[in-house]
Design a protein around this ligand. Structure first.
Ligand code: PEP
Ligand code: MN
Length: 337
C-alpha cells in the first residue's frame, strides 16, 4: 500500500504516519514530490487498517499496490529517477548514448574506438572485460587488463565507462574501475550478484534476460533497490522468439511499458536486440521515438576482425551517421541528443 499525504502535510504528520507503519513491523519508503509526499509500505508486517491510516492527520488517501514490485514502481515513486554518472544524466531530457566494442581487445582497439565514439557525440564508453560467452572456447575477455584499458580510455576521453560484472566476488574489483556496473542478460536473475551490486556504490545497468518477462526484470530490480542502490538503468536487449532472421527480437513496446510501470530510466541495446549491424540504426530510431532514455551500441574499428559480436558492430563512420540521424528523431519527441 502507499499513503498519499495531503499537499503541504507537516513533517510531524509524516513522522507520525511513518511511526505508525513501522510499529506494525513494516518498512517505509518515502518519496518527496514537488507537491506531496508519498509513503510506500514494504515488508511483511502485521496487516494495516487502511481506514485507520486514512483518519490520521495530513493523510489524503491510501492506495493498495497489487503488483509484486514496489520500490521500482511508479506508484511508489511517481517522478522519473535520473541516474547521474560523472556529469552524464540518464533519464532526463537528453538521450544518452553508450557506445564501444563488445569486448576490450587491445589498447589500440579501445582507444581508437573511444576517440571515435566521443567525436561522434557518445556520452559513455562501453566495453566488456569479462565476457559471458556461450562457448567456453570463445574469447572470454582480457579480465583485469581490460578494466585497466577502459580506465585509460576514460582518462584520455573523459567518457565514463560501463562494463559487465559476472560474479558477486568481482564486484569490488570491477567497481574500482567502472563508472556503471553492467549486469548481463544471462545474469539478470543471479540473485547473489544482484545483492552484491545492490550494496555497491555504483550505478547499475541491468539488462533484461533473453527469456525474461517485464515483471521478472522489475522483480530483479527490486533485489538491487532493496539492498540500498537506487541508481538503476533498465536495458531492453531483445528477447528470444521463433524468428531466426534476427539474433533476438527487440521488444520496442518494453520501452513505454517500463516507463509506465516504473520510474527507472530505460535504454535499448539494438546491437544485441537485432544481431545485425544493418538493423542497428533503424531500431535505434524506433527506440528513441518510443521514449528510450538512451542506447547501448556496439562499435568496432574493424568489425570483420572483432573477437566477439562483429556482425552486429558498427564501424565508427556508420556510428557517426547514426548519431546525426538520431538528432531529429530525438527532437520530434521533445528530447535532445
Ligand atoms: C554485451 O553487452 O556485450 C552482452 C554480453 O550483452 P547481453 O548480456 O545482453 O547478451
Ligand atoms: Mn556483445
Amino acid at each position: 500500500m502507499i499513503v498519499v499525504m495531503e499537499k503541504g502535510a507537516l513533517s510531524a504528520q509524516i513522522a507520525n504516519v511513518t511511526a505508525r507503519i513501522e510499529q506494525s513491523g513494516h518498512q517505509v519508503h518515502i518519496s518527496e514530490g514537488e507537491e506531496r509526499t508519498i509513503i510506500g509500505v514494504i515488508g511483511n508486517g502485521r496487516p494495516l487498517d487502511r481506514e485507520q491510516i486514512e483518519r490520521m492527520d495530513g493523510v489524503e488517501r491510501t492506495v493498495p499496490i497489487l503488483r509484486p514490485f514496489k520500490l521500482a514502481s511508479r506508484e511508489f515513486h511517481p517522478q522519473d529517477t535520473i541516474v547521474a554518472v560523472n556529469g552524464v544524466s540518464i533519464g532526463g531530457q537528453e538521450v544518452i548514448v553508450m557506445a564501444g566494442p563488445c569486448a576490450v581487445e587491445s589498447r589500440e582497439q579501445i582507444l581508437e574506438t573511444a576517440r571515435a565514439v566521443k567525436e561522434a557525440g557518445a556520452h559513455v564508453l562501453r566495453g566488456g572485460a569479462f565476457k559471458p560467452r556461450t562457448s567456453p572456447y570463445s574469447f572470454q575477455g582480457l579480465g583485469k587488463e581490460g578494466l585497466r584499458l577502459l580506465a585509460a580510455a576514460r582518462e584520455e576521453t573523459g567518457l565514463p565507462v560501463v562494463t559487465e560484472v559476472m560474479d558477486p566476488q568481482m564486484v569490488p574489483l570491477v567497481a574500482a574501475y567502472a563508472d556503471i556496473l553492467q549486469i548481463g542478460a544471462r545474469n539478470m536473475q543471479n540473485y547473489a550478484l544482484l545483492h552484491a551490486v545492490g550494496e555497491a556504490q555504483r550505478p547499475v545497468l541491468l539488462k533484461r534476460g533473453m527469456m525474461s518477462t517485464i515483471e521478472e526484470l522489475l522483480m530483479a530490480t527490486e533485489y538491487i533497490l532493496s539492498h540500498g542502490n537506487d541508481r538503476i538503468i533498465l536495458c531492453e536487449r531483445g528477447i528470444r522468439t521463433f524468428e531466426p532472421y534476427t539474433r533476438n527480437t527487440c521488444d520496442i513496446s518494453a520501452v513505454p511499458l517500463l516507463k509506465q510501470l516504473s520510474h527507472l530510466p530505460v535504454v535499448v541495446d539494438p546491437s544485441h536486440g537485432t544481431g545485425k549491424w544493418e538493423l542497428v540504426e533503424p531500431v535505434s530510431r524506433a527506440a528513441v521515438a518510443a521514449g528510450a532514455d538512451g542506447l547501448l551500441i556496439e562499435v568496432h574499428p574493424h568489425p570483420e576482425e572483432a573477437l566477439s559480436d562483429g556482425a552486429q558492430s558498427l564501424k565508427p563512420a556508420r556510428f557517426a551517421d547514426l548519431m546525426r540521424g538520431l538528432r531529429p528523431v530525438a527532437a520530434a519527441v521533445g528530447r535532445t541528443l
